[in-house]
Each structure stands twice: as structure tokens, then as C-alpha cells.
Design a binder for this molecule. Structure first.
Ligand code: 5GP
Ligand code: MN
Length: 338
């Protein structure tokens, strides 16, 4: 963030504002952690702030302090609408174009409030007056920590804020192992533990909440895995019938895509998950090394994300989607085997 922007933000926050904080659709640990931490920070400063999430999110994220204050746009539509319409500042966190917030897009586009973007994805769109965008960052939570530091307020971090920020950094870095994890990331989480983040408890609450159904769904996913050695690629499919058979709950498939990458020699892993209600196949892409799944998702599946973790979607059937996917691989053969 440049000095000018920091000055502008300081000026804005020195008077009473009506603030709305928005994470992306299908929010993950980083999206929920960062919006809640910012919400605690602004509320403690005396600001009126409301988090409006485009839709629901997994149960394993709902223990975070302040969670009950999050307004769900789908379930509490009139309250959500009113907050957005009255907002003088809208913070958008963990995404960088308004197509990532589903049904909320129109309302935000119509808003005359000051937009502040805090985000670490590639190719930011140009809708925010204040853009704190940095693809080198491990997570939006690390950026919210920096944001608080820019405002000279690190000493105001409470245990609640520390727990939220720790959670998002942990989930977005695959527990501090992805290449986006810097020494600075470790210093930040160290400081968060000093400030009251309960690291062991957070790990348990996020990762040790399996149900028998989820483990059986994982078994099904792993049996469905197709390994294409020629392209160093592995992909998984899950149909709606399979999800239903294991009483799928939001978040149950989180992390499944990573199993492909644990195969020796595999550098590109994909999961295709059918969503009959939305009439789409939701896709997650992961890679190791130089193969950019962000570009792949952007070019072929109407998506995007980071170089090593991205998402997208397909509007055709599962069989057609995987056939199309396989048909794309030959043109990437050299980079996949590099
Ligand atoms: P996931 O596969 O865990 O849903 O997402 C991986 C990364 O890609 C996340 O950073 C997420 O924000 C981003 N992402 C997921 N789906 C989409 C999408 O449809 N469009 C874009 N632009 N990014 C996505
Ligand atoms: Mn993130």
C-alpha cells in the first residue's frame, strides 16, 4: 500500500463511516478469517461495520469469533441489501473482480461508496479507489495484518483478531508449506501467537472435524482418480449422485484435490465436482512448480486464482468436461513435464 493510500484511509477512518466488508462467494478460511479480523479491528475503533457474505460456508469455519455477526446475502437478503446501500466504504477481501461475489455483483456495481480492495490474486480489476493488491502475499489475512500495521495499530490486535488472522494464513498456505509462505509469514504468525492465537486449537478445529461420511466420500474420490502419467496429471471426479450418497455437506470436499499432487511425478491435480442445482461442474486446479493453473483456469474454464491454486467452472456435462480437459493437455505436454 502506498503512503498516499494509507493517508486517505487514515483520513476516512478518523470520522464515523458505515462500512461493509465483503468476502468472495463460497468463502474459505482466508476470506472468513480476514473479514472477521478486519471487522473486529474496525468495530474496536468505534466504526459501524457489517460483514456481508455472498452465501453460506462450511461449518468448520463457523467457530471463529464474531461469526454470528456475518450477514448471509442469500438468507438475510433485505438486511444485506440495506447495509450495502447505506455503506460509505466497502472493503472487498480475498477477491479482485466483482464477478466473484455472485448475486451481489449488481448491488456493489451500483454503489457510490469508496471501495477498498485487499487481495492477493492475479489480475485485479479496476473498481477500487484504494487497491492493496499483492500476489506475493501468502494470504489476505497476512495483508490485513500489514494493513493494521500501516495504520500503526498492531498493538490493538486482540486474541479474537489473532485467532481469525492465524486461521486464514494457515488455511491459505496449506499449514505454512506452500511456496507463498515467506519468513515474514512465519514472523507474522509468531506475533499472532504472542497476541493470543491458539494455534493447536485452531488446527484441531479446522482439520480434525471429519465425519464418517466425509472420509467415505474421500474414499470414493480417490477411487475415481484418473492418473495421466504422460502429462504428470491426476484428476478426480465427483458426481452429484456420489455427493448425495455420502450426505455431502458444504466443505466436505475441501483439500481432496491435493491428494493428486502427493503422487510421485504428478505436478498438476484437478477435481471436478458436479453441482446439479447450479447446473455446473465446479473445478479446482492445483500445481507444483512453474505450470500456472491460474492461466489454465483463465484460458479454458472461465476462472482464475494463483499460479499454483486456481478454480473455474464448466457448463457442460461431467463426461464432456473431462473429455475437453483431456483434449487440452497435449498442448501443455512440454511445460507439464518440464
Ligand atoms: P479453490 O479451488 O480452493 O476453490 O480455489 C483456489 C483459488 O482459486 C482460490 O484462491 C480462489 O479464490 C480461486 N478461485 C476459485 N474459483 C474461482 C473462479 O471461479 N474464478 C476465479 N477467478 N478464481 C477462483
Ligand atoms: Mn486467499
Amino acid at each position: 500500500m502506498n503512503l498516499e493510500d494509507i493517508k486517505t484511509i487514515k483520513g476516512l477512518l478518523s470520522t464515523q463511516q458505515k462500512i461493509v466488508i465483503v468476502p468472495h462467494k463460497n468463502p474459505d478460511g482466508d476470506a472468513i478469517g480476514s473479514t472477521l479480523a478486519l471487522w473486529h479491528y474496525l468495530s474496536n475503533k468505534g466504526q459501524k461495520a457489517t460483514i456481508v457474505a455472498p452465501n453460506d460456508y462450511p461449518k468448520f469455519l463457523k467457530w471463529m469469533p464474531g461469526n454470528q455477526k456475518i450477514v448471509n446475502f442469500e438468507k438475510q437478503n433485505s438486511l444485506a441489501k440495506r447495509s450495502i446501500e447505506e455503506a460509505t466504504i466497502i472493503f472487498t477481501l480475498d477477491f479482485n473482480h466483482l464477478g466473484r461475489i455472485g448475486q451481489m455483483q449488481e448491488l456493489l456495481e451500483a454503489s457510490n461508496s469508496t471501495f477498498v480492495m485487499i487481495d492477493h490474486h492475479q489480475a485485479p480489476a479496476d473498481y477500487a479507489k484504494i487497491m492493496y493488491s499483492d500476489v506475493e502475499m501468502s494470504s489476505t489475512c497476512e495483508m490485513v495484518y500489514n494493513f493494521i500495521e500501516f495504520l500503526d495499530d498492531l498493538d490493538t490486535i486482540t486474541p479474537d483478531m489473532a485467532n481469525c488472522l492465524y486461521t486464514g494464513i494457515m488455511t491459505d498456505t496449506g499449514s505454512f508449506k506452500f511456496s507463498s509462505t515467506s519468513s515474514r509469514t512465519h514472523r507474522v504468525v509468531g506475533h499472532l501467537i504472542d497476541k493470543g492465537a491458539n494455534n493447536t486449537e485452531i488446527h484441531n478445529k479446522i482439520y480434525d472435524t471429519n465425519t464418517p461420511n466425509r472420509l467415505h466420500l474421500l474414499g470414493c474420490a480417490l477411487r475415481n482418480m484418473t492418473i495421466l502419467n504422460e502429462y504428470s496429471t491426476a484428476y478426480i471426479t465427483l458426481s452429484q449422485e456420489e455427493l448425495d450418497a455420502f450426505n455431502y455437506q458444504k466443505g466436505d470436499t475441501e483439500g481432496f484435490v491435493n491428494y493428486g499432487l502427493t503422487l510421485a511425478g504428478v505436478r498438476f491435480a484437478v477435481i471436478f465436482i458436479e453441482n446439479k442445482e447450479e447446473g455446473i461442474i465446479k473445478i479446482s486446479f492445483r500445481s507444483e512448480g512453474d505450470f500456472s493453473v491460474n492461466k489454465f483456469a483463465r484460458n479454458h474454464f472461465n476462472g482464475g486464482g494463483h499460479d499454483n491454486a486456481a478454480g473455474g467452472r464448466s457448463d457442460i456435462s461431467m463426461l464432456e468436461t473431462t473429455a475437453y480437459f483431456e483434449s487440452l493437455l497435449p498442448q501443455y505436454k512440454t511445460s507439464l513435464n518440464a
